[in-house]
Design a protein around this ligand. Structure first.
Ligand code: PMP
Length: 287
């Protein structure tokens, strides 16, 4: 099936879709992105990702390329044209194309918009989640505004590559105090020795995950105890359970950290239950 990408107003064959060489996204990573999971052709956590997109744009003073409704139409049309029933849709917005110069371009430079979508094999993903994944740890060398979903992902790329080279699925990044911030493309969680759910607070330099927020609601609904408080690598290794959350991994159990087995080495019951509940809700509420 031929794929299609949306680039600045045009739906182009995927292999021919291009941006300008002086696009500021390419030259400076001067842009932001969002990712939605697609369930039966509909977008999960629709408003949460849309709100975060506009916040990221506003924080960087990048003009809104179009209104929310128009953007939603482009996302849905890209999903439709790619015949994605189950998968993922990506949106990148950059400050646009201008002669290479660090300051923002003066005048009316239109932001660039790119939308791509692809199908995912949910059966294979489900099988992976049932086994659980390994994570490694890496120093967090990112900039100080990780709350902005910037396309500047080099530190995340290096961390994920290190994980891959060590046979792991994800890298948890660790700050100078030895505390876990988040994964290279996921938020990091544990169920600690006392049975409390722990994840880094949003005062820290992390992305405010939309899946993280959805899982927090589920935790409250389930009457589980949440402690939004940093944890060390050592605490994580001694945790009853560990897991990661993101739009593309949902809730995925972690069964080892830097080679140390978590719990009994199998996905924990709380992580598996939260995955089930998240998937149910995401599917139901997809728009
Ligand atoms: N942290 C980072 C660094 C990420 O890239 C992502 C995924 N975009 C997340 C956390 C998870 O965020 P979300 O649940 O909104 O996908």
């Amino acid at each position: 099936m031929s794929r299609v990408a949306y680039v600045n107003g045009v739906y182009a064959p995927h292999g021919e879709a291009v941006i300008h060489v002086e696009d500021r996204g390419f030259q400076f990573a001067d842009g932001v992105y969002e990712v939605w999971s697609v369930f039966d052709g509909r977008l999960a956590d629709f408003d949460g990702h849309m709100d975060r997109l506009f916040r990221s744009l506003d924080e960087l003073k990048i003009a809104h390329p179009m209104g929310r409704g128009a953007l939603a139409a482009v996302l849905r049309e890209t999903v439709r044209r790619n015949r994605v029933r189950n998968g993922i849709v990506y949106l990148q917005v950059t400050r646009g194309t201008a002669r290479r110069d660090h300051p923002f371009p003066s005048g009316d430079v239109a932001p660039s918009v790119v939308v791509t979508a692809r199908s995912m094999n949910r059966t294979a993903m489900e099988a992976g989640a049932r086994k659980g994944v390994a994570v490694i740890t890496q120093p967090d060398i990112r900039w100080g505004r990780c709350d902005i979903k910037s396309v500047g992902l080099l530190a995340n790329v290096l961390a994920k590559q290190a994980a891959k080279e060590r046979g792991a699925y994800e890298a948890w990044m660790v700050d100078e105090m030895g505390l876990v911030t988040e994964g290279s493309s996921t938020n990091a969680w544990i169920v600690d020795k006392d049975g409390k759910l722990r994840t880094r607070d949003t005062q820290a330099n992390i992305l405010r995950g939309i899946t993280r927020a959805a899982v927090m609601t589920l935790i409250a609904e389930q009457g589980l105890e949440l402690d939004e408080r940093p944890f060390s690598v050592e605490e994580a290794k001694q945790a009853r359970e560990a897991f990661i959350t993101s739009a593309s991994a949902y809730v995925t159990p972690v069964v080892s950290i830097d080679g140390a087995t978590i719990g009994d080495g199998k996905p924990g019951p709380i992580a598996l239950r939260l995955r089930e509940l998240y998937l149910e809700k995401a599917r139901d509420e997809a728009a």
